[in-house]
Design a protein around this ligand. Structure first.
Ligand SMILES: *[C@@H]1O[C@H](CO)[C@@H](O)[C@H](O)[C@H]1NC(C)=O
Ligand SMILES: *[C@@H]1O[C@H](CO)[C@@H](O)[C@H](O)[C@H]1NC(C)=O
Ligand SMILES: *[C@@H]1O[C@H](CO)[C@@H](O)[C@H](O)[C@H]1NC(C)=O
Ligand SMILES: *[C@@H]1O[C@H](CO)[C@@H](O)[C@H](O)[C@H]1NC(C)=O
Length: 363
């Protein structure tokens, strides 16, 4: 090895050194981190010739939908410009919107690349032109939102740029059948998952508040804070004296404190529709199944209402045993004067109503 240890350490960083050691130990054939660096024998010189590396992404968040694709731009260049191309290491990592640690998404050197964890097989580098380090993501999941870092390393030069990924979707408050303020943080996470959604982030709740969401019960968010959005200040919801806004109780204890929850859902690969029949809850589930579908979940009804304009003035059963209907064009005898998903809570399961079914277009 030509490089002595401290130099090696600087170039690779502790993390990469460790991952190389781990891979070397496991006999993983993908030991490209190490090999390619030694090939690129010009690396390191750049630092001393006054050439600077620059990396840039976009200032604006990138918006996408669940199941769709996203393109996170990133490009790098040298100043002064170089005549020959160089082999750099590009690394994308992700800080989830839910908080937690930055985790690896993809590492590439030249045309060799590797993706990690949940991102394996659904991310790639675009590399359309010299200096293009744009990340293309497929089959987006609800929990892919957050801050992505594009890092480019050439010898001792190490520069990065950040870009936020947001999903278009809908935030909805959720209260389980057994009533108000019955969910600790874990219960809240599970409640959202059962409704085909995830815990909303603060950014998602804030966006929903800007679009008019007003809800006077406090709910968990993904960052373990408890908040509620008020557009029309009134007495039981913090009082008249306080300006409209998202009110926060701050971070609460994830096991000991109980609230409702705000869930987030995005576009569906399928359709929500209404079956106009008189059914109890058991019959309602069966009717959707006989129709090649499933009884719809609350997150699916909200997504269909918000993203495809589902509008139906008939209350129908949903999977959690609640009774609701979606209205995009408010009219007489169809609830309040604002659009919304109307809820009748959880009626006795023997009552007879119609049902909302969800038919997925996935296999
Ligand atoms: C996403 O990209 C893949 C190819 O990478 C393409 O087949 C698919 O149609 C794209 N999906 C959408 C929703 O654009
Ligand atoms: C990344 O690796 C895959 C297979 O490992 C390859 O198909 C692809 O062309 C590589 N390059 C880029 C830029 O993604
Ligand atoms: C994200 O959601 C998927 C299901 O859509 C799940 O398999 C995965 O574990 C979740 N990832 C994280 C980091 O929570
Ligand atoms: C619904 O009606 C069926 C008979 O059609 C009955 O077997 C079932 O127990 C009823 N379920 C409920 C929840 O009342």
């Amino acid at each position: 090895m030509k490089l002595n240890y401290p130099h090696f350490h600087l170039i690779f960083g502790v993390h990469l050194l460790l991952s190389w050691l781990a891979e070397a130990a496991s006999g993983d054939p993908n030991r490209f981190f190490y090999h390619n660096y030694l090939e690129g024998n010009g690396n390191g010189e750049i630092h001393f010739s006054g050439v600077k590396l620059h990396v840039e992404s976009t200032q604006h968040p990138v918006y996408a939908v669940r199941g769709g694709n996203a393109t996170l731009p990133c490009r790098y260049w040298y100043k002064p410009e170089l005549s020959s191309s160089r082999k750099v290491r590009v690394k994308w990592s992700w800080l989830p919107a839910t908080g937690g640690h930055e985790t690896d998404v993809l590492v590439a050197i030249g045309y060799r690349n590797r993706s990690f964890g949940d991102f394996r097989g659904r991310v790639l580098l675009r590399q359309d032109f010299p200096g293009d380090a744009t990340l293309v993501m497929n089959e987006l999941k609800l929990n892919d939102t957050g801050r992505y870092r594009c890092e480019v390393v050439d010898g001792l030069e190490d520069k990065s740029a950040l870009v936020d990924l947001e999903l278009q979707g809908v935030v909805f408050p959720y209260q389980p059948p057994h009533g108000r303020y019955h969910l600790n943080f874990q219960g809240a996470q599970q409640a959202c998952e059962e409704q085909d959604s995830v815990l909303a982030t603060f950014e998602q709740l804030y966006q929903a508040w800007k679009e008019g969401l007003d809800w006077c019960n406090a709910g968990w968010l993904a960052d373990e804070t408890v908040q509620y959005p008020i557009t029309q200040p009134r007495m039981p919801c913090g009082g008249h004296g306080i300006a409209p806004g998202v009110r926060t109780y701050g971070k609460r204890h994830r096991h000991l404190h109980y609230y409702d929850v705000f869930c987030f859902s995005s576009s569906l690969r399928g359709e929500v529709y209404y079956l106009h029949l008189k059914l109890n809850l058991t019959e309602a589930r069966a009717a959707c199944q006989e129709d090649g579908a499933e009884i719809a979940k609350v997150g699916q009804l909200y997504a269909a209402w918000k993203l495809t304009g589902l509008d139906h003035c008939d209350a129908g059963w949903l999977a959690d045993g609640s009774l609701r209907y979606p209205v995009t064009r408010p009219r007489r005898n169809c609830g309040p004067s604002e659009p919304g998903v109307r809820s009748f809570g959880f009626p006795p399961p023997q009552h007879k109503h119609g049902v909302y079914c969800y038919r997925s277009t996935d296999e």
